[in-house]
Design a protein around this ligand. Sequence first.
Ligand code: AP5
Length: 216
Amino acid sequence: MRVAFLGPPGAGKGTQARDLAQEWGVLHLATGDMLREAVTAGTALGREAKGHMDQGALVPDDVIIRMMAERLGAADAVRGFILDGFPRTIAQAEALARLLKDLGQTLDTVVYFDVTEPELLRRLTGRRVCRACGHTYHVTSSPPTRAGVCDACGGELYQREDDGEATVRNRLEVYRRQTEPLLDYYRQRSLLAPVSGEGPVATIRDAIRTSVGAAR
Ligand code: AP5
């Protein structure tokens, strides 16, 4: 199973990818999470990425492509993956195709999460994330039992620095300009599987399973 999840910020890619990767026994490769880990660790990659991320801009293609070439070439990626947040530009999509070709692999499906802009704004500005395990909550639609505390592991919940309203608006604009052209790119290659990203999480999960031919 080699699948990419494509959609605007806040579409629910991470929420779905975490559970489905576990269910399918494949890796969940989230470029945003990888970059945030590098920022926290203070590596050269993290220092380069931080300024772009804080503004809601994309990290340069060459940086992302190098990071993903290393990750996809690792032994544990052979059993399959869900790409969450990559590719995000045509240049990244072309690099991914080359990388997979060199590895003798192909991408099976690109699942596109369709969500309206007011809903994206509502979700992102209300999102809270566990510092310890990465579980995601929403202050009104999926709040934790105790405010500020993760139900799954007891960790502290925080608001991502790029989830303030002004930065969210910039991220949505960046998405429209740089990432939306990928819809046509993958449609032309008969890889695009659109699903509605609105409604109950479980219903969306069923639609994704069906779209990748893994309904059970
Ligand atoms: P990244 O971390 O990838 O952010 P994103 O794509 O903007 O996506 P999000 O994580 O914000 O949203 P999501 O779709 O995963 O939604 P979630 O499931 O959390 O990237 C951050 C930054 O890193 C970028 O801005 C860029 O700088 C850099 N970067 C990353 N990848 C890059 C790349 N390839 N190239 C260049 N730069 C890159 O859900 C959101 C909220 O909605 C949560 O509160 C959740 O509980 C709630 N929710 C989920 N599903 C539902 C539902 N069905 N109903 C109601 N609420 C829901």
